[in-house]
Ligand binder design. Structure first.
Ligand SMILES: Nc1ncnc2c1ncn2[C@@H]1O[C@H](COP(=O)(O)OP(=O)(O)OP(=O)(O)O)[C@@H](O)[C@H]1O
Ligand SMILES: O=c1ccn([C@@H]2O[C@H](COP(=O)(O)O)[C@@H](O)[C@H]2O)c(=O)[nH]1
Length: 244
């Protein structure tokens, strides 16, 4: 493996997936502005070294369709609410990034004239090349999916070099490390190993998409300061999921 060089990022274009739940921070529900500002700083550092950043933010801090359905709501309505939650997170992220003087474009899979622009792949690529951070919100625009799948889909569409899944655990484990303290962390896995062992850090649709389009994925802990820059310059953080 070549030695990491901070002035020469290994990845030119990334798709970063941020967990919605992580935005709660010290609050009980919703969005903690301190978390957004910390993430903006980390993302700004990447833009500063010339990395093109596409962003997908989950909605788990506000609504998840499956949870609403379990409480009695129609599933599709719940999923629509979940997708709208990701738009709110996208707006909050743009606000924080722009307060740090980082140019940001929010593109939504669901048309929302007057609030955000509608997703258009060619436009997204142009904006990325111009140095804007592009936030893709409203997931895939379809119910029964998750923002992990949306992140992998957008990553493939914009021809990102890698999908980076920022979460609250420091990689993929043999079992959910939050529930099983004896779970073992993997450094590297193939797509088929994740699928065969049903490792639950991401939904399996997302893993299948990445496998079918040979898109590498890295799962890492966003709470470690400087972690994004370290990954982008080629240091080993969390777990890499790739072909072999
Ligand atoms: N094998 C595993 N390895 C690592 N984490 C696992 C595993 N199985 C389950 N998990 C759980 O998956 C979670 C991933 O959570 P995360 O909040 O990033 O997901 P999300 O549902 O994509 O995001 P959101 O909060 O926006 O809904 C981890 O917090 C971890 O507890
Ligand atoms: O393509 C998509 C993406 C998301 N949803 C709904 O939104 C919520 C929030 O996303 P998370 O990935 O769980 O953070 C999700 O639970 C779905 O209900 C969707 O319908 N389609």
């Amino acid at each position: 493996m070549p030695t990491p060089n901070p002035s020469q990022p290994r990845y030119k274009r990334i798709l970063l997936k941020l967990s919605g739940e992580a935005l709660v921070g010290e609050h009980e529900f919703g969005i903690d502005p301190k978390v957004l500002d910390r993430m903006s700083l980390e993302i700004g550092a990447l833009v500063g070294i010339g990395v093109q950043v596409g962003l997908v933010i989950g909605g788990g801090n506000l609504f998840r369709g499956a949870a609403l359905h379990a409480a009695g709501m129609d599933r599709v309505t719940g999923d629509h609410m979940g997708m709208l939650a990701t738009v709110m997170n996208g707006l909050a992220m743009r606000d924080s990034l722009e307060r740090s003087n980082i140019r940001t474009r929010v593109l939504s899979a669901i048309p929302m004239t007057g609030v955000v622009d509608h997703y258009d792949r060619r436009r997204a690529i142009r904006d990325l090349k111009d140095g804007d951070v592009v936030v893709f919100c409203a997931g895939t625009g379809n119910p029964f999916f998750t923002t992990d799948s949306a992140a992998c889909l957008r990553g493939i569409e914009i021809e990102a070099d890698i999908v980076l899944k920022a979460t609250k655990v420091d990689g993929v484990y043999s079992d959910d490390p939050v529930k099983n303290p004896n779970a073992l962390r993997y450094d590297r896995l193939t797509y088929d190993e994740v699928l065969d062992q049903k490792l639950g850090v991401m939904d399996l649709t997302a893993i299948c998409l990445c496998r079918d389009h040979d898109m590498p994925l890295r799962v890492f802990d966003m709470n470690k300061p400087g972690v994004l820059t370290r990954i982008v310059v080629g240091e080993n953080e969390g777990t890499l999921i790739a072909k072999d």
